[in-house]
Ligand binder design. Structure first.
Ligand code: SAH
Length: 397
């Protein structure tokens, strides 16, 4: 029997506008015990149907809304239908001849809360990020296997996030073959080794696919500095785009080892690439002191502000980083700067860049805005799905 939850008076507004989250303060829990991740029917304070949702009494986000049509209750057929629709929306990518690494399901942004599925050359990597998705993990794996027919599915637990839900998961192969240790994927015609099991994110930053292509247009004949390079997504794109040299820097030795293997894999001249294991903030200060300059500087740091609460501190970090990035630019140099912080808007990133330019005593012009790739869609009813922002700016004096 599906239980009914009532929203407190006045709290149905965002729900009716289809924002998928409701916090504990908006929800009246019934007397019966609700298991973390249980499907519920949600009504407003007048008793009218609002949506079908999933409740987790242990989570601050107590209710996640999935379906606003009362005639479509959320059962396993519903999940299957939504997964099929999400798959159909990736049609262009799944037919692409030069890319086989992309996101199939982007959780709330695809109206599938808590479920991430990434496709990597025949394998799928999943993440179950909410109690609701975890509760039906086996069923969801079966559906993914049927819909996508992958060679194997590997599930990665993100227990830091799951702790917020009061649950835990384990990593491992959940269907078919275990993905090989040195799986190779293709993106924009370039090849990359990826580490699905212990690499960052689910092994690759597919959300930067289009931005790598855009940024590489400014690389021909140039000296490039790829900061926070990870496995070299931007480095490979810039080499393919005709860069004279690339300095690739990251604090992770494993990332740089992966990058070096990727250079060999694509047959690029290793003499064109210098890898540097360093903290970028210190590295850029060193370049300032040595007056070392680059024609194209890429700044793709990790999240500084996961939420709006940490915005002020994050803005100082973005400003500082961009200031030193600008200082490393040669005359007419180009900066490709990114933020993947949900709490930082495109406007915020532009502000940080403007402050940085002022402090650096130079003038910059913005020449392109960038966002996350199309397989990481931005659902308008859920503004939190917009997280990646990028700017290409040129130093003009
Ligand atoms: N540009 C990459 C993705 C970057 S992810 C791509 O296109 O695939 C962020 C990277 O920053 C990670 O590889 C992480 O190891 C690195 N990192 C985090 N903090 C750092 C710091 N202070 N200095 C240098 N690298 C850092």
């Amino acid at each position: 029997m599906i239980k009914t939850l009532q929203l407190r008076p006045g709290r149905e507004r965002s729900a009716r506008q289809r924002h998928p989250w409701l916090f504990a303060s908006a929800v009246i829990l019934p007397k019966e015990r609700i298991e973390p991740g249980e499907t519920v029917r949600v009504i407003d304070s007048r008793g009218e149907f609002v949506a079908w949702g999933i409740c987790n009494p242990r989570s601050k986000i107590m209710l996640r809304l999935l379906e606003w049509d009362e005639s479509r209750p959320v059962d396993m057929d519903w999940w299957r239908g939504m997964i099929e629709r999400s798959a159909a929306r990736r049609g262009e990518l799944s037919n692409s001849a030069d890319t086989d690494a992309y996101r199939l399901i982007f959780a709330e942004a695809d109206r599938l809360p808590g479920l991430i599925a990434d496709y990597y050359a025949g394998y799928i990597v999943t993440q179950f990020l909410t109690a609701g998705a975890l509760r039906i993990k086996n069923e969801l794996v079966d559906i993914l296997a049927q819909v996508f027919q992958p060679k194997g599915i590997y599930s990665r637990a993100d227990n830091e996030l799951l702790a917020l839900e009061g649950v835990g998961d384990t990593s491992g192969t959940v269907y078919g073959e275990s993905p090989p240790e040195d799986l190779i994927v293709r993106e924009n015609g370039l090849k990359y080794y990826i580490d699905l099991r212990s690499g960052q994110k689910t092994g690759f930053y597919a959300d930067q696919r289009n931005n790598r292509r855009i940024t590489a247009r400014y690389a021909r004949g140039k000296r490039v500095l790829d900061c926070f390079c990870y496995s070299g997504g931007f480095t490979m794109a810039c080499l393919a785009g005709g860069a004279e040299s690339v300095t690739a820097a990251d604090s992770s030795r494993e990332a740089l080892e992966l990058l070096e293997r990727n250079i060999a894999l694509n047959g690029f001249d290793p003499d064109k690439v210098r890898t540097v294991e360093a903290d970028i903030f210190q590295l850029l200060r060193g370049y300032r002191d040595q007056e070392e300059k680059f024609d194209l500087v890429i700044l793709d740091p990790p999240k500084f502000a996961p939420t709006k609460a940490s915005l002020a501190r994050a803005m100082r970090a973005y400003k500082d980083l961009n200031l030193h990035g600008i200082k490393a630019l040669a005359e007419n140099g180009v900066l490709a700067t990114f933020s993947c912080s949900g709490g930082v808007s495109a406007h915020d990133l532009k502000m940080a860049l403007a402050w940085a330019a002022t402090d650096a005593g130079c003038e910059m012009q913005i020449i392109e805005y960038m966002t996350q790739a199309e397989d990481h869609p931005l659902r308008l009813a859920y503004p939190e799905s917009e997280y990646l922002k990028g700017i290409i700016a040129r130093k003009i004096g």
